[in-house]
Design a protein around this ligand. Sequence first.
Ligand code: SF4
Length: 330
Amino acid sequence: MIETIYVEKAIKNHPRTKLILEKFKKSRIISINKYGEIFNKRNQNFRIQKTNPCLILAYKKDSFVLPAPKGFGIGSSNNFYFSHMYNCIYDCRYCFLQGMYSSANYVVFVNFEDFDNAIKKTIKNNNGSKITFFSGYDCDSLALENVTGFAKHILSFFKTYSQIEIEFRTKSIQKEPFLSMKPMQNVILAYSLMPELMSNSLDNKAPSISKRIRVISELASKGWKIGLRFDPLIFGQNWKELYRELLENIFKNITPNNLHSVSFGSLRFPKKMFKNIFKLYPKEPLFTSPFSLNNKMISYDIEIEEEMTSFCKNLSLKYINEDQIFKCSI
Ligand code: SF4
């Protein structure tokens, strides 16, 4: 239940604002000028806000589509991302958003059509190259779908661009709008996964790994392309056994033809972000792992990273081809 919803004056009569507010009849509505007044306030406490976040409905003015960082991709030469939302309803202990934003409130931009225009322009400007767009870099792309309807909207846009890939990255078990549509070959439903034992203590409020695997299996059997994202890879006791069990369990539950790609990325944070997150959880065992500073990033020691990646990659090669495997190195 969201108790308070801030609405920018400029979009108070926007049809999408009305549609969203319809779903929260009991919430307190407060009118504001700009979302930044609430979202960017100084001296906010992320942890306290996370216990009862507010929703902010806003109008996005610019920067609808941005180039994805180098090292983030699944085979295309040109990669871009967009975020219709800032922040997430889940609370993963390692989430970089908590080190990036001082507020845990959710911002949802209602002017979806401006995203369409910016995507169209990006496609035109990159005519002839293989492009992938990533939805949900600053949020989980599907977790709040039943409130925002963004995925449903953007899927109908990508229907007319069948050569252009779009990836929805998620930990949610949201099956709509996918079950009620014919599968689209340019859409990748990409699930972040880690061994259940680790997920139980790190992926707070997110659906369990077994539930995620059931949904992956169902959507794959309907013909949707699936991406498996083992990112971050988490180091800990018995990690080899835990990852072996997880990978074998997933691969035996997916129709191989509908597996688009697998990617691995180890746990890493920009130095400043790590400091911010560490301040939030000084006692969290995850942050006392054997970290070191590599290329301005705090991450596991290089040997650990490499051992984990090659172990998981070798296991995956029993089920998929090498050209379907990617390493995320941002
Ligand atoms: S699902 Fe992703 S965006 Fe949401 S809290 Fe977890 S890591 Fe952050």
